[in-house]
Design a protein around this ligand. Structure first.
Ligand SMILES: [Fe+2]
Length: 238
């Protein structure tokens, strides 16, 4: 009997340790990619983010192969740096270096690299469509409810995209009220509305359009709209 109790306790402890390992803060999942790559860090297994392959977008009207390939390379850099930062920051904590200014600066940098990775995924994932809007779709009805009309929403989104400066234009849904908003995001890691879900993301950094369009940003925005896959966009709506 005593032996059975000890054995049961040992099994419970092992399960608790295993659970703690899978939920440890330095272990990251890749929920969107569904893929992850184990990397070794001083004997411990860390799940690293894996860059997604968006080669299916090559050939898309209005986006040259050279411009898309440059953009993919840039995105891959964000994934690499996100993994590097997570690994380095985790190691610094273990080494007792978390009070160093270097830790603070790298921690700040993580927001930039992580969002640079994720925003590009939101951007590329909803491209490759035919740009046709289903007027009876849930998203179309929601835009009418919150903006008055689809045209009014688009006018606001395009006007935001035409603003001087580089950044992102994001159609957000507020998770609390369900309301839709168009936001200007100046830097990857700044200005995002808390608790909101990105529904449609448009990159207006110069690398996203200058190679093909020079300073004609409006033409790029038009090409972007022609290639939106609205079904993928709507899938993000709550
Ligand atoms: Fe970009």
């Amino acid at each position: 009997m005593k032996r059975t109790i000890i054995l049961s306790l040992l099994i419970l402890c092992s399960a608790a340790v295993a659970d703690a390992q899978t939920t440890a803060p330095w272990i990251v999942a890749a929920p969107e990619s569904g893929r992850s790559t184990p990397v070794q860090n001083r004997g411990e297994k860390i799940m690293a983010y894996t860059a997604k392959d968006y080669a299916r977008l090559i050939g898309m009207a209005g986006f040259s192969e050279a411009m898309l390939k440059n953009h993919f390379t840039l995105y891959q850099g964000y994934v690499t740096n996100t993994n590097k930062l997570i690994e380095t920051l985790g190691q610094m904590v273990k080494d007792g270096k978390a009070a160093n200014p270097e830790f603070a600066e790298l921690k700040r940098r993580l927001g930039w690299e992580f969002n640079g990775m994720r925003l590009h995924e939101y951007y590329f994932e909803t491209l490759g469509g035919n740009g046709k809007v289903d007027l009876n779709s849930r998203l179309a009805r929601k835009k009418i409810e919150d903006f008055g009309s689809i045209e009014a929403w688009q006018k606001d989104f395009m006007a935001t995209g035409a603003m001087r400066g580089i950044g992102w234009v994001v159609l957000y849904q507020d998770n609390v009220s369900g309301r839709l908003f168009n936001f200007w995001i100046n830097e990857h890691d700044q200005g995002h509305p808390a608790g909101c879900m990105p529904i449609l993301v448009m990159d207006v950094f110069e690398h996203a359009f200058m190679l093909d369009y020079g300073l004609k940003r409006a033409d790029y925005v038009e090409a972007f709209f022609k290639n939106i896959d609205w079904k993928s966009v709507e899938a993000r709506l709550k």
